[in-house]
Design a protein around this ligand. Structure first.
Ligand code: ADP
Ligand code: MG
Length: 306
């Protein structure tokens, strides 16, 4: 054994529970073991087949680059990018709780409080920060009611960042109209997504259904048609000030949407006026199992680049 091997103990990650998965990666709750001791982490581990695809590997490295620059309690925090026995893994803070999608419909106060946290976080992000895939499945909520934005797989900072793939980026039900004909790096596209999330939280319905996908592409250059559609959808919202706020967030014209800073004060202001349990009370009253399915624990050792 070389002297160096004795002086630098190797690090390892224990995978403890499976949390979620996408096309190219699995996410686990785990523990990072290094000289500083044991730390709980979330592990985004590329699937073995994905390791053969240079663009996928590049995308995870780019995602880590974005996450590394985030410093806010409601934005996921970076821990490490490591090679674990031949698989690339991004380690971040583990956010106990569940996805916002699992909470289902919320009262107006709780819903406004949740989206206000997202707006505050986005406003406090780095200059030119765009997530491009805000949706309930990419928002974690902790038992104390903290909302955390995760999944920076498509995020960019001032036009640079994750996802080298070209074309439309995002999840159609939450995408701003302009994203159907151009891939824009403007924060206003995320503001629209926040509106779509808020609509879903208070009504229990998707703003856009699957069937309307084709219609949305055809809305290009048709703001009046979009306004008519928006009016119909917003009839689902009973409380007029909330309907007005949603109308602003969901404007067809990206320039007409509020900035994140404006949106966060509008959301906070309205949350303070409406009745109902705040988000923290809603969370306190929930049964949190937080035991994602077990993976039959396994430990992966770090492979240092040679
Ligand atoms: N830091 C984290 N802490 C806890 N759960 C997380 C964390 N990051 C992601 N997740 C969970 O894993 C799921 C998949 O992760 P995500 O980064 O969204 O992958 P994908 O890019 O495949 O959508 C998320 O929907 C969320 O439930
Ligand atoms: Mg995701």
């Amino acid at each position: 054994m070389s002297v160096l091997a004795i002086a630098v103990p190797s690090r390892a990650v224990r995978l403890e529970a499976w949390v979620g998965s996408g096309a190219s990666a699995e996410v686990y709750r785990g523990t990072l073991h290094d000289v500083d001791g044991d730390r709980p982490v979330a592990v985004k581990l590329l699937k073995p087949a994905a390791m053969l695809s240079a663009p996928v590997v590049r995308d995870l490295i780019a995602e880590a680059w974005v996450v590394r620059q985030l410093r806010h309690p409601s934005l996921m925090r970076f821990v490490e990018l490591m090679r674990l026995e031949g698989q690339l893994a991004m380690l971040t803070e583990y956010i106990a709780g569940c996805d916002l999608a699992a909470l289902g419909r919320l009262n107006e106060r709780a819903a406004l409080g949740a989206v206000a946290q997202v707006a505050e976080a986005m406003a406090a992000g780095p200059e030119g920060f765009v997530h491009r895939d805000l949706k309930p499945h990419n928002l974690r909520i902790t038992p104390s009611g903290r909302v955390v934005v995760v999944d920076m797989g498509l995020a960019q900072i001032a036009g640079v960042g994750a996802c080298t793939r070209t074309g439309r980026a995002g999840t159609p039900p939450y995408m701003a109209p302009e994203c159907f004909w151009q891939d824009t790096p403007q924060p206003s596209r995320d503001v629209f997504s926040a509106g779509a999330i808020l609509f879903e939280l208070v009504t229990g319905q998707r703003l856009w259904g699957r069937r309307e996908y084709r219609v949305r592409r055809e809305l290009r250059g048709k703001p009046r048609m979009h306004a008519a559609w928006r009016r119909i959808r917003l009839e689902e919202v009973a409380y007029p000030p909330l309907r007005e706020l949603l109308d602003r967030l969901l404007q067809f014209d990206a320039e007409a949407r509020p900035t994140w800073r404006e949106a966060s004060s509008l959301l906070r202001g309205l949350a303070a006026q409406v009745g109902g349990q705040p988000l923290s009370a809603r969370c306190a009253g929930r049964r949190w199992t937080d035991e994602p399915s077990s993976v039959g624990q396994r430990t992966l050792r770090e492979v240092k680049p040679t």
